[in-house]
Design a protein around this ligand. Structure first.
Ligand code: 5GP
Ligand code: ZN
Length: 111
């Protein structure tokens, strides 16, 4: 089976602006940022979406998201974490990822 886009980024086969990496996850800046801070937190293991991953994986992603929110100075004013899931959820890359968005006022409901 062909590797997906985020597996290729994980393996360094496609360049990315990586901002964090540990045993379980990598994080890199979104190529089409929707906010001044827009980072994608991606488990190293391939899961299609949040319905497929173990709880520990979701925990590792949240740990990284919290750390990155602090590092990017977002905790005072706030930020948004998003996991688009499936077709109606607007997911375009079928490798589980969490968006960390911050640095501007968010609106709700999201489009
Ligand atoms: P989704 O729409 O699946 O929730 O989010 C996928 C995200 O991946 C989008 O925000 C899109 O801009 C981003 N993206 C797509 N291709 C690339 C790429 O090659 N590099 C990076 N850094 N981000 C990408
Ligand atoms: Zn993948």
């Amino acid at each position: 089976m062909n590797k997906c886009l985020f597996c290729m980024i994980r393996d360094g086969e496609i360049p990315s602006d990586k901002v964090y990496e540990d045993e379980h996850v990598i994080a890199f800046r979104d190529i089409d940022p929707q906010a001044p801070v827009h980072v994608l937190i991606v488990p190293k293991e391939h899961y299609a979406d949040i319905t497929e991953c173990p709880n520990e994986t979701a925990g590792y992603m949240l740990d990284a998201a919290r750390r990155l929110a602090v590092e990017n100075g977002l905790t005072e004013k706030g930020f948004r974490l998003v996991m688009n899931t499936g077709e109606e959820g607007g997911q375009s890359v079928k490798h589980l990822h969490m968006h960390l968005l911050g640095g501007r006022q968010m609106t709700w409901p999201a489009g």
